[in-house]
Design a protein around this ligand. Structure first.
Ligand code: SIN
Length: 415
């Protein structure tokens, strides 16, 4: 294992890169700027079972319950069992989560979790995480990051993947790169949908590359909606745009509901009453999303509302500066006005089928992060398990590739 190509520069790809031994040359491609992907947009944070009354068992149970018990239990146990190690690793390279007055890490509550568990950096956790990982990777002389380079296809030698063909999106120059392994970490497919929280780069092209070389793909029908994306003008027409228009709807983090904001319809009625789900508007996302759609239909409106006016104003401004800014630039003052929101496509639970090393059924091809299907999420992802998956699976894939470097052996997944 002398050279590894990584397609994508988000949390999963960066985690692979920083885990690889310095004896392996690494080429990372991003089709846009290095921070054009979904990771820097993540608001919520990283779910880690470190609260005083929390446990791996409880986090596992919440993950399985949110996923309707269709998850791969081995993956769930492996990913959540490693969460605390990955957090400690992040702390050692300069990740600064919000802390309580006593110095302990502040944990936010999000939908589907039975207790506060989300490690966060105010409401720009993804941006901070990405900055920290990127700064660490940039210290590795063995890693070259090539932004504005779109991988057009993978090179195959017999059936094994042995490199990639990349085109500069600036000069259109095409180049061939050989490698012993290619890791796809290219994110999801949200930009294929008209209403989404995803950036324009989330086109699913990495999954297409994998399909073209015969990789197995699973559960791509498990597309998760986030229940609370801002309806930009607060009015109505966002759902009437022509199909296939990419309308990015800014996310309003679930943590706002965790902090006490109410989800109500135009008449002030709870969208998810406790009679519908014992966790109310903090039920898993699929439940809340379905309730939003029903409420919008019943009230003949194209949005429901997040009401954060009951929250302490200084807490709202300090803990949720990103949400407040997003609302303000859209003409809404969340300290005194309700925030119009509606469901938007948010996350792909399935993807390129991999084992717990990120290996696919094609020799030399690996996949990590949102583009991969490890079985962690089942049919519905638990909030803030995605950055966690990127960290853990990126690390595991990097370790596995290091083991190939030492042993000069090749392995591919038998499905
Ligand atoms: C959120 O902050 O509501 C989103 C977190 C996630 O997608 O897990």
């Amino acid at each position: 294992m002398n050279r590894v190509i990584i397609i994508g520069t988000g949390v999963a790809g960066l985690s692979v890169a920083r885990t690889l031994t310095p004896y392996v040359d690494v080429l990372m491609f991003s089709k846009g700027a290095v921070d054009d992907g979904a990771t820097p947009l993540a608001q919520g944070g990283i779910a880690v079972p470190i609260g005083p009354t929390d446990s791996v068992h409880s986090h596992v149970h919440d993950t399985l319950r949110a996923g309707h018990f269709t998850n791969n239990v081995w993956t769930v146990a492996a990913v959540i069992g490693d969460a605390k190690n990955r957090l400690n690793d992040l702390l050692s390279i300069g990740f600064h989560p919000d802390r309580n007055a006593d110095g302990s890490i502040n944990l936010a509550l999000e939908g589907g979790h039975s207790l506060p568990r989300v490690v966060h950096a105010r409401d720009h956790s993804g941006r901070h995480l990405h900055d920290v990982l990127l700064a660490d990777v940039r210290k590795h002389d063995s890693v070259d990051i090539m932004p504005y380079s779109s991988v057009e296809s993978l090179i195959q030698n017999d059936s094994a993947v042995s490199g990639a063909i990349a085109r500069s999106t600036l000069t259109h120059e095409v180049r061939y790169y050989t490698a012993d392994a290619v890791v796809i970490a290219s994110g999801g497919i949200g930009a294929q949908f008209p209403l989404t929280t995803n950036p324009e780069s989330a086109t699913g092209d990495g999954i297409q590359l994998a399909l073209e070389v015969g990789a197995r793909v699973s559960n791509v029908d498990k597309v998760q909606w986030h229940p609370t994306a801002l309806v930009p003008d607060g009015s109505s027409d966002v759902h009437d745009r022509p199909p296939h228009t990419h309308v990015m709807m800014p996310l309003i983090t679930e943590a706002l509901r965790g902090a006490g904001a109410k989800l109500v319809d135009v008449n002030g009625n709870d969208v998810v009453p406790l009679s519908r789900h014992p966790q109310g508007c903090l039920a898993p996302r699929d439940v809340v999303t379905a309730a939003c759609w029903e409420s919008m239909k019943n009230t003949n409106k194209s949005c429901v509302y997040l009401d954060a006016t009951g929250l302490n104003k200084s807490e709202l401004l300090t803990k949720f500066p990103g949400v407040v800014h997003t609302c303000m630039v859209n003409g809404i003052d969340p300290t005194v006005q309700r925030i119009p929101v509606a469901p938007a496509v948010h996350y792909l639970c399935g993807g390129i089928t991999t084992n717990l090393n990120g290996a696919t059924n094609v020799e030399g091809l690996y996949a990590v992060g949102e583009c991969a299907d490890t079985g962690l999420h089942g049919s519905n992802r638990l909030a803030s398990n995605s950055l966690l998956e990127g960290l853990v699976m990126g690390h595991r894939c990097g370790l596995f590739l290091n083991s190939l470097h030492r042993n000069h052996k090749k392995e591919y997944m038998v499905i």
